[in-house]
Design a protein around this ligand. Structure first.
Ligand SMILES: NC(=O)c1ccc[n+]([C@@H]2O[C@H](COP(=O)([O-])OP(=O)(O)OC[C@H]3O[C@@H](n4cnc5c(N)ncnc54)[C@H](OP(=O)(O)O)[C@@H]3O)[C@@H](O)[C@H]2O)c1
Length: 303
């Protein structure tokens, strides 16, 4: 296969929180053609095929997805076309031109009944449409025959875009009290860490004569664990003295203490796994990559 150094990288979904970070991290590997939904709508197979055939990249990195977990329950067909069908078509086109694919998936492919971190080999059983469609996307990409990596991450956030961190900061300015689920356990992961790790992994693959031998699913999340309530409290505690907080001097947080509630006290359209910690042993053993603890990542993200 021609390396990304020669044919470059097609980055799909650069306007998302992960895509934005990827655009900044992949450039060290070669030329990056970054496209957003205006240039490639993943619900339109013809647009995917046309774009890949015209750019003819050495690698395709797909950071685009239908990520509105609750809305997906009422838009299953659209979620299916973007999260499941599209990765399969990307894989088919990659196979056709001899390219590799990096794709992202989620901890929500698991049902959350475990009590130890899930390895990649653990049985999947998604509890919602988003998780079901993401899982099918993994399978269709794997079946395409193209060299591929599926990087499953969790509770992704950044200081831009739409995510839990920014939602908590907005709500904490508006309200004196915030009630957040304290009975779902996971690992909040900063998008920049996933982008940097992706770049390091791809650097290994493009230098390798047969990258297909690394094809497979890898878990890539922050170390450590917390709950949504624990994550929210850490955000409130760290924000005022952080660089990010100093950049927004008018943003006074009215909420000081998060009230942890049971998931059942705040029903949402999509069910979520109660426990979705992922074991990162495989990515460590294969690529020597381990992401920092979630609290350290939050400290770095807020600055
Ligand atoms: N967010 C999380 O908590 C989380 C957790 C685990 C795994 N993941 C996975 O990580 C990856 C990155 O997620 P993220 O949080 O960075 O997502 P995000 O911020 O919600 O961004 C999603 C991206 O997908 C694009 N997109 C949506 N519909 C599209 C379509 N029909 N055609 C083309 N592009 C489309 C969006 O474009 P617009 O800006 O134009 O809408 C945006 O660029 C995804 O595979 C996601 O499933 C996310």
């Amino acid at each position: 296969m021609t390396s990304a150094m020669d044919r470059g990288i097609l980055l799909i979904g650069w306007s998302g929180q992960l895509g934005y970070e990827l655009e900044r991290h992949l450039g060290v590997l070669g030329a990056v053609t970054a496209v957003d939904q205006d240039r490639i709508d993943l619900s339109r197979p013809d647009e995917i095929r046309t774009m890949i055939r015209s750019v003819r990249p050495g690698w395709i990195v797909n950071a685009a997805a239908y990520t509105a977990v609750d809305v997906a329950e009422s838009q299953p067909a659209l979620a299916q076309s973007i999260n499941a069908v599209a990765p399969g078509i990307i894989g088919e086109e990659a196979q056709r031109i001899g390219a590799g694919v990096v794709h992202y998936s989620t901890d929500y492919v698991f049902d959350g009944r475990a009590s130890d971190p899930y390895p990649e080999t653990a049985p999947t059983n998604p509890r919602n449409i988003y998780g079901q469609t993401k899982l099918e996307g993994e399978r269709l990409l794997a079946a395409s025959g193209a060299p591929f990596l599926v990087l499953r991450t969790s509770w992704l956030y950044a200081t831009r875009g739409k995510n839990f961190l920014l939602t908590i900061l907005r709500l904490a300015q508006e309200r004196p009290e915030l009630r957040i689920a304290g009975d779902q356990t996971g690992a909040p992961t900063w998008a920049r860490m996933v982008a940097a790790a992706t770049s390091a992994i791809l650097a290994r693959l493009v230098a390798h004569s047969s990258p297909a031998q690394y094809s497979g699913v890898y878990h890539l999340t922050a170390a450590g664990q917390t709950t949504w309530a624990g994550f929210a409290q850490a955000i409130l505690d760290q924000y005022p003295a952080s660089e990010f907080g100093r950049l927004h001097p008018g943003a006074t947080l009215r909420t000081k203490q998060i009230q942890a509630i049971a998931t059942g006290d705040y029903p949402t359209p999509a069910k979520r796994p109660a426990y979705s910690l992922l074991s990162n042993q495989k990515v460590w053993e294969t690529f020597g990559i381990a992401l920092p603890d979630w609290q350290e990542q939050l400290r770095l993200a807020l600055g």
